[in-house]
Design a protein around this ligand. Structure first.
Ligand code: KIV
Ligand code: ZN
Length: 385
Protein backbone atom coordinates (compact mmCIF):
# COMPACT_ATOMS: atom_id res chain seq x y z
CA UNK A 1 0.00 0.00 0.00
CA UNK A 2 1.36 3.45 -0.94
CA UNK A 3 2.63 5.73 1.81
CA UNK A 4 1.51 8.98 0.17
CA UNK A 5 -1.53 10.53 1.83
CA UNK A 6 -3.55 12.85 -0.39
CA UNK A 7 -4.56 16.10 1.24
CA UNK A 8 -8.07 17.22 0.29
CA UNK A 9 -8.80 20.74 1.43
CA UNK A 10 -12.43 21.74 1.90
CA UNK A 11 -11.96 25.21 3.41
CA UNK A 12 -13.89 26.73 0.51
CA UNK A 13 -16.80 24.30 0.86
CA UNK A 14 -17.20 22.76 4.36
CA UNK A 15 -15.17 25.60 5.89
CA UNK A 16 -17.32 28.25 4.29
CA UNK A 17 -20.40 26.47 5.67
CA UNK A 18 -19.47 27.80 9.15
CA UNK A 19 -22.12 30.33 10.05
CA UNK A 20 -20.59 33.73 9.38
CA UNK A 21 -17.57 32.55 7.39
CA UNK A 22 -18.77 33.58 3.95
CA UNK A 23 -15.97 34.66 1.62
CA UNK A 24 -16.06 36.83 -1.47
CA UNK A 25 -15.31 35.57 -4.98
CA UNK A 26 -11.92 37.28 -5.00
CA UNK A 27 -11.01 35.92 -1.56
CA UNK A 28 -11.89 32.37 -2.63
CA UNK A 29 -9.69 32.67 -5.70
CA UNK A 30 -6.82 33.93 -3.59
CA UNK A 31 -7.12 31.07 -1.11
CA UNK A 32 -7.42 28.49 -3.89
CA UNK A 33 -4.26 29.87 -5.51
CA UNK A 34 -2.39 29.52 -2.19
CA UNK A 35 -3.66 25.95 -1.70
CA UNK A 36 -2.68 25.05 -5.26
CA UNK A 37 0.76 26.56 -4.75
CA UNK A 38 1.45 24.82 -1.44
CA UNK A 39 0.89 21.30 -2.78
CA UNK A 40 -2.64 20.47 -1.65
CA UNK A 41 -3.69 17.52 -3.83
CA UNK A 42 -7.42 18.21 -4.09
CA UNK A 43 -9.28 21.47 -3.50
CA UNK A 44 -13.01 21.22 -2.86
CA UNK A 45 -13.85 24.62 -4.27
CA UNK A 46 -17.54 24.79 -3.42
CA UNK A 47 -21.05 23.46 -3.88
CA UNK A 48 -21.99 24.66 -7.39
CA UNK A 49 -25.76 24.12 -7.09
CA UNK A 50 -25.90 26.13 -3.85
CA UNK A 51 -25.81 29.57 -5.51
CA UNK A 52 -24.71 31.39 -8.63
CA UNK A 53 -21.81 32.80 -6.61
CA UNK A 54 -20.64 29.31 -5.64
CA UNK A 55 -20.96 28.10 -9.23
CA UNK A 56 -18.91 31.02 -10.50
CA UNK A 57 -16.25 30.61 -7.84
CA UNK A 58 -15.84 26.89 -8.56
CA UNK A 59 -15.68 27.55 -12.34
CA UNK A 60 -13.07 30.28 -11.91
CA UNK A 61 -10.96 28.18 -9.54
CA UNK A 62 -11.19 25.28 -12.00
CA UNK A 63 -9.92 27.51 -14.81
CA UNK A 64 -7.09 29.00 -12.77
CA UNK A 65 -5.69 26.01 -10.89
CA UNK A 66 -2.41 24.62 -12.09
CA UNK A 67 -1.58 21.61 -9.95
CA UNK A 68 -4.46 20.53 -7.72
CA UNK A 69 -7.48 18.44 -8.65
CA UNK A 70 -10.53 20.73 -8.46
CA UNK A 71 -13.58 19.19 -6.91
CA UNK A 72 -17.18 20.34 -6.52
CA UNK A 73 -19.82 18.91 -4.21
CA UNK A 74 -23.25 17.69 -5.31
CA UNK A 75 -26.15 15.92 -3.67
CA UNK A 76 -27.29 12.59 -5.07
CA UNK A 77 -29.43 13.87 -7.91
CA UNK A 78 -28.85 14.40 -11.61
CA UNK A 79 -29.44 18.17 -11.57
CA UNK A 80 -26.83 18.75 -8.83
CA UNK A 81 -24.30 16.50 -10.52
CA UNK A 82 -24.75 18.18 -13.91
CA UNK A 83 -24.35 21.62 -12.35
CA UNK A 84 -21.25 20.46 -10.52
CA UNK A 85 -19.74 19.11 -13.74
CA UNK A 86 -20.48 22.38 -15.57
CA UNK A 87 -18.37 24.17 -12.95
CA UNK A 88 -15.45 21.76 -12.51
CA UNK A 89 -15.08 20.66 -16.13
CA UNK A 90 -12.76 23.62 -16.87
CA UNK A 91 -10.09 22.20 -14.59
CA UNK A 92 -7.11 20.30 -15.92
CA UNK A 93 -8.03 17.65 -13.33
CA UNK A 94 -11.73 17.85 -12.39
CA UNK A 95 -13.50 15.76 -9.76
CA UNK A 96 -17.21 15.35 -8.97
CA UNK A 97 -17.98 14.62 -5.31
CA UNK A 98 -21.47 13.32 -4.67
CA UNK A 99 -22.96 12.28 -1.35
CA UNK A 100 -26.06 11.02 0.41
CA UNK A 101 -26.81 10.43 4.11
CA UNK A 102 -26.81 6.67 4.72
CA UNK A 103 -27.40 6.35 8.47
CA UNK A 104 -30.94 5.50 9.65
CA UNK A 105 -31.47 9.11 10.75
CA UNK A 106 -30.44 10.45 7.38
CA UNK A 107 -32.27 7.82 5.33
CA UNK A 108 -35.47 8.98 6.99
CA UNK A 109 -35.14 12.50 5.61
CA UNK A 110 -35.72 11.71 1.90
CA UNK A 111 -37.85 8.81 3.16
CA UNK A 112 -35.95 6.16 1.21
CA UNK A 113 -35.70 2.56 2.36
CA UNK A 114 -32.37 0.74 2.09
CA UNK A 115 -33.09 -0.65 -1.39
CA UNK A 116 -34.36 2.64 -2.79
CA UNK A 117 -31.29 4.42 -1.48
CA UNK A 118 -29.00 1.77 -2.92
CA UNK A 119 -30.60 2.28 -6.31
CA UNK A 120 -30.22 6.06 -6.02
CA UNK A 121 -26.52 5.63 -5.23
CA UNK A 122 -26.01 3.35 -8.20
CA UNK A 123 -27.76 5.73 -10.60
CA UNK A 124 -26.12 8.93 -9.42
CA UNK A 125 -22.57 7.58 -9.22
CA UNK A 126 -23.00 6.02 -12.68
CA UNK A 127 -24.20 9.37 -14.01
CA UNK A 128 -21.27 11.23 -12.44
CA UNK A 129 -18.81 8.71 -13.81
CA UNK A 130 -20.21 9.11 -17.31
CA UNK A 131 -19.31 12.80 -17.06
CA UNK A 132 -16.00 12.64 -15.24
CA UNK A 133 -13.24 10.05 -14.82
CA UNK A 134 -12.61 11.13 -11.22
CA UNK A 135 -15.64 10.57 -8.95
CA UNK A 136 -15.74 10.71 -5.17
CA UNK A 137 -18.68 9.32 -3.27
CA UNK A 138 -19.54 9.90 0.40
CA UNK A 139 -22.04 8.09 2.62
CA UNK A 140 -22.79 11.03 4.91
CA UNK A 141 -22.91 10.07 8.61
CA UNK A 142 -20.98 6.89 7.75
CA UNK A 143 -19.85 6.46 11.34
CA UNK A 144 -23.49 6.03 12.44
CA UNK A 145 -24.48 3.79 9.52
CA UNK A 146 -25.07 0.05 10.08
CA UNK A 147 -21.90 -1.80 9.02
CA UNK A 148 -23.66 -4.26 6.72
CA UNK A 149 -25.48 -1.47 4.93
CA UNK A 150 -22.32 0.65 4.71
CA UNK A 151 -20.44 -2.25 3.09
CA UNK A 152 -23.31 -2.78 0.69
CA UNK A 153 -23.51 0.82 -0.52
CA UNK A 154 -19.75 1.30 -0.70
CA UNK A 155 -19.60 -1.76 -2.97
CA UNK A 156 -22.39 -0.35 -5.16
CA UNK A 157 -20.58 3.00 -5.45
CA UNK A 158 -17.30 1.30 -6.39
CA UNK A 159 -19.01 -0.86 -9.01
CA UNK A 160 -20.75 2.23 -10.42
CA UNK A 161 -17.35 3.87 -10.93
CA UNK A 162 -16.40 5.84 -7.79
CA UNK A 163 -12.63 6.20 -7.60
CA UNK A 164 -12.52 7.65 -4.07
CA UNK A 165 -14.81 6.59 -1.23
CA UNK A 166 -14.93 9.14 1.55
CA UNK A 167 -16.02 8.04 5.02
CA UNK A 168 -17.43 11.08 6.82
CA UNK A 169 -17.73 11.36 10.56
CA UNK A 170 -20.30 14.05 9.93
CA UNK A 171 -21.14 14.83 13.54
CA UNK A 172 -17.72 14.23 15.10
CA UNK A 173 -18.98 11.16 16.94
CA UNK A 174 -16.29 8.57 16.38
CA UNK A 175 -13.09 7.92 18.36
CA UNK A 176 -9.64 6.89 17.07
CA UNK A 177 -9.93 3.13 17.60
CA UNK A 178 -13.37 3.03 16.00
CA UNK A 179 -12.27 5.28 13.11
CA UNK A 180 -9.44 2.85 12.31
CA UNK A 181 -11.64 -0.22 12.71
CA UNK A 182 -14.20 1.16 10.26
CA UNK A 183 -11.63 1.65 7.50
CA UNK A 184 -10.11 -1.76 8.20
CA UNK A 185 -13.54 -3.39 8.08
CA UNK A 186 -14.34 -1.77 4.70
CA UNK A 187 -10.99 -2.81 3.25
CA UNK A 188 -11.53 -6.37 4.38
CA UNK A 189 -15.19 -6.82 3.50
CA UNK A 190 -15.90 -4.78 0.38
CA UNK A 191 -14.98 -6.34 -2.98
CA UNK A 192 -12.91 -3.90 -5.05
CA UNK A 193 -11.94 -1.84 -1.99
CA UNK A 194 -8.25 -2.30 -2.73
CA UNK A 195 -8.68 -0.59 -6.10
CA UNK A 196 -9.96 2.74 -4.82
CA UNK A 197 -8.78 5.35 -2.33
CA UNK A 198 -10.50 5.59 1.05
CA UNK A 199 -10.76 9.08 2.46
CA UNK A 200 -11.43 10.18 6.02
CA UNK A 201 -13.51 13.30 6.71
CA UNK A 202 -13.78 14.17 10.38
CA UNK A 203 -15.56 16.86 12.34
CA UNK A 204 -14.28 18.06 15.68
CA UNK A 205 -17.36 18.02 17.92
CA UNK A 206 -15.53 15.99 20.57
CA UNK A 207 -12.09 17.42 19.79
CA UNK A 208 -10.91 14.17 18.17
CA UNK A 209 -10.89 15.06 14.46
CA UNK A 210 -7.12 15.04 14.07
CA UNK A 211 -6.66 11.82 16.05
CA UNK A 212 -9.52 10.15 14.16
CA UNK A 213 -8.09 11.16 10.78
CA UNK A 214 -4.63 9.86 11.63
CA UNK A 215 -6.05 6.60 12.99
CA UNK A 216 -7.96 6.13 9.70
CA UNK A 217 -4.73 6.63 7.76
CA UNK A 218 -2.92 4.06 9.88
CA UNK A 219 -5.74 1.63 9.03
CA UNK A 220 -5.45 2.22 5.28
CA UNK A 221 -7.20 5.50 4.35
CA UNK A 222 -5.05 7.49 1.93
CA UNK A 223 -6.87 10.80 1.72
CA UNK A 224 -7.47 13.21 4.59
CA UNK A 225 -10.19 15.82 4.22
CA UNK A 226 -9.44 18.93 6.19
CA UNK A 227 -9.61 22.70 6.34
CA UNK A 228 -7.21 25.51 7.16
CA UNK A 229 -7.46 26.40 10.88
CA UNK A 230 -10.09 23.65 11.21
CA UNK A 231 -12.73 26.03 9.88
CA UNK A 232 -16.06 24.25 9.41
CA UNK A 233 -19.56 23.46 10.59
CA UNK A 234 -20.09 23.64 14.40
CA UNK A 235 -16.72 22.76 16.04
CA UNK A 236 -15.11 22.57 12.62
CA UNK A 237 -13.25 20.03 10.50
CA UNK A 238 -9.87 18.37 10.89
CA UNK A 239 -7.28 21.16 10.72
CA UNK A 240 -5.00 20.69 7.71
CA UNK A 241 -1.99 22.14 9.51
CA UNK A 242 -2.32 19.60 12.34
CA UNK A 243 -2.47 16.43 10.25
CA UNK A 244 0.25 17.57 7.89
CA UNK A 245 2.63 18.53 10.70
CA UNK A 246 1.79 15.40 12.72
CA UNK A 247 2.73 13.24 9.73
CA UNK A 248 5.93 15.22 9.27
CA UNK A 249 7.07 15.43 12.88
CA UNK A 250 6.08 11.86 13.85
CA UNK A 251 7.07 10.20 10.61
CA UNK A 252 8.98 7.72 12.76
CA UNK A 253 5.71 6.16 13.95
CA UNK A 254 3.41 7.27 11.10
CA UNK A 255 5.52 6.70 7.99
CA UNK A 256 3.36 8.58 5.48
CA UNK A 257 4.15 11.54 3.29
CA UNK A 258 2.12 14.46 1.98
CA UNK A 259 2.97 16.85 -0.82
CA UNK A 260 2.29 19.96 1.28
CA UNK A 261 4.99 22.60 1.62
CA UNK A 262 4.59 23.19 5.34
CA UNK A 263 6.50 26.48 5.19
CA UNK A 264 3.36 28.01 3.71
CA UNK A 265 1.11 27.04 6.64
CA UNK A 266 1.37 30.25 8.65
CA UNK A 267 0.64 32.49 5.66
CA UNK A 268 -2.46 30.60 4.60
CA UNK A 269 -3.70 30.33 8.19
CA UNK A 270 -3.50 34.11 8.53
CA UNK A 271 -5.18 34.65 5.18
CA UNK A 272 -8.10 32.32 6.04
CA UNK A 273 -8.48 33.93 9.47
CA UNK A 274 -8.63 37.38 7.91
CA UNK A 275 -11.07 36.62 5.12
CA UNK A 276 -13.37 34.38 7.16
CA UNK A 277 -13.34 36.68 10.17
CA UNK A 278 -12.62 33.63 12.39
CA UNK A 279 -9.62 34.55 14.50
CA UNK A 280 -7.27 31.69 15.40
CA UNK A 281 -7.17 30.98 19.13
CA UNK A 282 -3.80 31.90 20.68
CA UNK A 283 -3.02 28.34 21.80
CA UNK A 284 -4.10 26.64 18.55
CA UNK A 285 -1.66 23.89 17.56
CA UNK A 286 0.81 24.84 14.80
CA UNK A 287 -0.64 28.23 13.80
CA UNK A 288 -1.75 29.88 17.07
CA UNK A 289 0.07 33.05 18.13
CA UNK A 290 1.53 31.16 21.11
CA UNK A 291 2.41 27.92 19.30
CA UNK A 292 6.08 28.94 19.23
CA UNK A 293 6.09 31.43 22.12
CA UNK A 294 7.66 30.89 25.52
CA UNK A 295 7.30 32.98 28.64
CA UNK A 296 8.41 30.90 31.59
CA UNK A 297 11.98 31.43 32.77
CA UNK A 298 12.81 27.72 32.70
CA UNK A 299 11.51 27.35 29.16
CA UNK A 300 13.20 30.50 27.91
CA UNK A 301 16.50 29.50 29.44
CA UNK A 302 16.22 26.04 27.86
CA UNK A 303 15.30 27.53 24.49
CA UNK A 304 18.28 29.87 24.55
CA UNK A 305 20.58 26.91 25.14
CA UNK A 306 18.94 24.39 22.82
CA UNK A 307 15.64 24.99 21.02
CA UNK A 308 14.83 21.28 21.05
CA UNK A 309 14.29 21.41 24.81
CA UNK A 310 10.83 22.90 24.39
CA UNK A 311 10.08 22.81 20.67
CA UNK A 312 9.32 19.70 18.62
CA UNK A 313 9.13 21.63 15.35
CA UNK A 314 11.26 24.42 14.00
CA UNK A 315 9.35 27.67 13.48
CA UNK A 316 10.79 27.84 9.96
CA UNK A 317 9.06 24.55 9.12
CA UNK A 318 5.67 26.27 9.39
CA UNK A 319 6.83 29.54 7.83
CA UNK A 320 7.69 31.55 10.93
CA UNK A 321 10.98 33.36 11.07
CA UNK A 322 11.70 32.71 14.72
CA UNK A 323 10.53 31.49 18.11
CA UNK A 324 9.18 34.27 20.25
CA UNK A 325 10.42 34.67 23.78
CA UNK A 326 7.61 36.68 25.32
CA UNK A 327 8.78 38.90 28.16
CA UNK A 328 6.50 38.64 31.15
CA UNK A 329 6.52 37.97 34.89
CA UNK A 330 7.63 34.36 34.36
CA UNK A 331 10.70 35.30 32.34
CA UNK A 332 14.15 34.84 33.82
CA UNK A 333 17.46 36.70 33.68
CA UNK A 334 18.80 34.72 30.70
CA UNK A 335 15.88 35.74 28.52
CA UNK A 336 16.07 39.35 29.70
CA UNK A 337 19.76 39.50 28.87
CA UNK A 338 19.13 37.94 25.42
CA UNK A 339 16.28 40.32 24.71
CA UNK A 340 18.34 43.36 25.71
CA UNK A 341 21.12 42.12 23.47
CA UNK A 342 18.64 41.93 20.57
CA UNK A 343 17.74 45.54 21.32
CA UNK A 344 21.42 46.52 21.18
CA UNK A 345 22.38 46.56 24.90
CA UNK A 346 25.20 44.49 26.34
CA UNK A 347 24.67 44.71 30.11
CA UNK A 348 27.07 43.88 32.89
CA UNK A 349 25.91 41.50 35.65
CA UNK A 350 25.29 44.26 38.23
CA UNK A 351 23.30 46.37 35.74
CA UNK A 352 21.27 43.29 34.75
CA UNK A 353 20.49 42.60 38.41
CA UNK A 354 19.13 46.13 38.82
CA UNK A 355 17.12 46.09 35.60
CA UNK A 356 15.79 42.63 36.42
CA UNK A 357 14.27 43.85 39.70
CA UNK A 358 12.54 46.73 37.96
CA UNK A 359 11.51 44.48 35.05
CA UNK A 360 9.80 42.05 37.47
CA UNK A 361 7.99 44.89 39.23
CA UNK A 362 6.71 46.15 35.89
CA UNK A 363 5.75 42.63 34.75
CA UNK A 364 3.62 42.24 37.87
CA UNK A 365 1.59 45.23 36.73
CA UNK A 366 1.53 44.54 32.98
CA UNK A 367 0.54 41.33 31.15
CA UNK A 368 3.19 41.55 28.47
CA UNK A 369 6.35 43.59 28.32
CA UNK A 370 7.06 45.13 24.93
CA UNK A 371 10.37 46.29 23.49
CA UNK A 372 9.34 49.88 24.26
CA UNK A 373 8.99 49.00 27.97
CA UNK A 374 12.48 47.53 28.01
CA UNK A 375 13.88 50.55 26.22
CA UNK A 376 12.28 52.77 28.88
CA UNK A 377 13.82 50.64 31.64
CA UNK A 378 17.21 50.98 29.98
CA UNK A 379 16.81 54.73 29.74
CA UNK A 380 15.96 54.96 33.45
CA UNK A 381 18.94 52.79 34.22
CA UNK A 382 21.25 55.15 32.21
CA UNK A 383 19.79 58.19 33.98
CA UNK A 384 20.37 56.62 37.38
CA UNK A 385 23.95 55.56 36.54
O1 KIV B 1 -19.49 16.10 7.00
C1 KIV B 1 -19.97 15.57 5.98
O2 KIV B 1 -20.58 14.52 6.00
C2 KIV B 1 -19.76 16.27 4.71
C3 KIV B 1 -20.16 15.53 3.48
C4 KIV B 1 -20.90 16.37 2.53
C5 KIV B 1 -18.96 14.89 2.87
O3 KIV B 1 -19.23 17.35 4.68
ZN1 ZN C 1 -18.19 17.78 6.60
Amino acid sequence: MQDKVFIFDTTLRDGEQSPGATMTHAEKLEIAAMLDEMGVDIIEAGFPIASIGDFEAVSAIARNSRNSVICGLSRANIRDIDRCWEAVKHAARPRIHTFIGTSPLHRAIPNLDQDQMAERIHDTVTHARNLCADVQWSPMDATRTEHDYLCRVVEIAIKAGATTINIPDTVGYTAPRESAALIRMLLERVPGADEIIFATHCHDDLGMATANSLAAVEAGARQIECTINGLGERAGNTPLEEVVMALKVRNDIMPFTTGVDTRKLTAISRKVATVSGFAVQFNKAIVGKNAFAHESGIHQDGMLKNAETFEIMRPADVGLTETSLVMGKHSGRAALRAKLKDLGFEVADNQLADIFVRFKALADRKKEIYDEDLLALMQDSDTQA
